[in-house]
Design a protein. Structure first.
Length: 244
C-alpha cells in the first residue's frame, strides 16, 4: 500500500482494476468487506467506504441480504477513443456501433436569445436566436449521459414541432440538409455540478467525463454545439504513449 494516498482510494483502485481486467466479471459477487480487509491489511470501515464510493459511481451494486456485485452495465462502456477518431462523435453513433438500444428523455427545449457564449460557439451574431435541447440518454435502459445541445435557430425553423424523445436529432438535421459531419472536439474530466449530478444520479462533485463538440455541416456551417456529461463508470478513454 502507498500510505501517501488515502487507503480507501487505493482499495477503490484495486477493485476497479480487477473489474477492468475481468478478474471480477459483470454480475459476479465480489469478496465480502471482511475478506477484503483481511486480504489488504486494512480495517473494514476503509473497505466499506471504498465499496460505497464504487456503488455511487456505478461500478458495483449492493443487494441486501445477498452481497455486493459488479454492475452488469460495465460490459457496455462507451469507448471515447472511437468518438475522438471517428467522423460522427454523437452518442447515438457510438451506441449503434456497440449494438446498444438508445432511448432519450427530454428534460427541456426552447428558444434562447441573448446568450453571448452560445452565440459565439455557434458563430452567430448576438441577435440571432439559438434552439436548446436538454436530454438524458439511456442505453439498454441504463442511464449513460446527460446532454445539452444547441442549434442555430435559423437552420431549423420547425424544430419546436419535433418530439426528440422519439425522433433522432441527427435524422432531423440530415433531413434539413445540415447534418454535422465535421467536428471540433474536447474531452475533459470535470466535477459534476448540481443539475448534472442530479440527472446522472451521482453525488455532487463526482468526477465525470465532459465531451464538448462543435459540429459543422458539409458546407462548414456550424450547426451544433453540444456538451455531453457521462459517468466514467459507463465510459472510458485510453491513450498510448511511447518513449523515445
Amino acid at each position: 500500500m502507498d500510505y501517501r494516498m488515502p487507503l480507501y482510494i487505493q482499495i477503490q483502485d484495486i477493485i476497479v482494476k480487477k473489474i477492468e481486467e475481468r478478474s471480477f466479471l459483470p454480475g459476479e459477487m465480489i469478496p465480502s468487506e471482511r475478506k477484503m480487509a483481511e486480504t489488504y491489511g486494512v480495517n473494514r470501515m476503509t473497505v466499506k467506504r471504498a465499496v460505497g464510493k464504487l456503488v455511487e459511481e456505478g461500478y458495483l451494486v449492493r443487494k441486501p441480504g445477498s452481497g455486493t456485485y459488479v454492475a452488469k452495465r460495465d460490459s457496455k462502456k462507451i469507448d471515447y477513443n472511437d468518438a475522438l477518431q471517428g467522423s460522427n462523435v454523437g452518442i447515438t453513433a457510438m451506441f449503434k456501433q456497440m449494438g446498444v438500444e438508445l432511448t432519450n428523455q427530454v428534460l427541456g427545449s426552447g428558444e434562447i436569445c441573448g446568450s453571448r457564449f452560445l452565440n459565439y460557439q455557434l458563430g452567430l451574431s448576438e441577435q440571432q436566436p439559438v434552439w436548446g435541447l436538454h436530454r438524458v440518454r439511456l442505453g439498454d435502459g441504463s442511464l449513460f449521459a446527460v446532454e445539452y445541445t444547441y442549434l442555430p435557430r435559423h437552420y431549423f425553423e420547425d424544430v419546436e414541432k419535433m418530439d426528440f424523445g422519439k425522433v433522432s436529432l441527427y435524422d432531423y438535421m440530415d433531413a434539413k440538409g445540415h447534418l454535422p459531419i465535421h467536428f471540433t472536439i474536447r474531452l475533459i474530466v470535470c466535477s459534476a455540478g448540481g443539475k448534472v449530478a442530479e440527472h446522472l444520479k451521482v453525488k455532487r462533485g463526482t468526477a465525470v467525463y465532459m465531451l464538448e463538440y462543435q459540429g459543422a455541416d458539409k458546407d462548414y456551417n456550424i450547426v451544433e454545439y453540444t456538451r455531453s456529461y457521462m459517468n466514467p463508470a459507463f465510459a472510458e478513454y485510453r491513450y498510448n504513449a511511447e518513449g523515445k
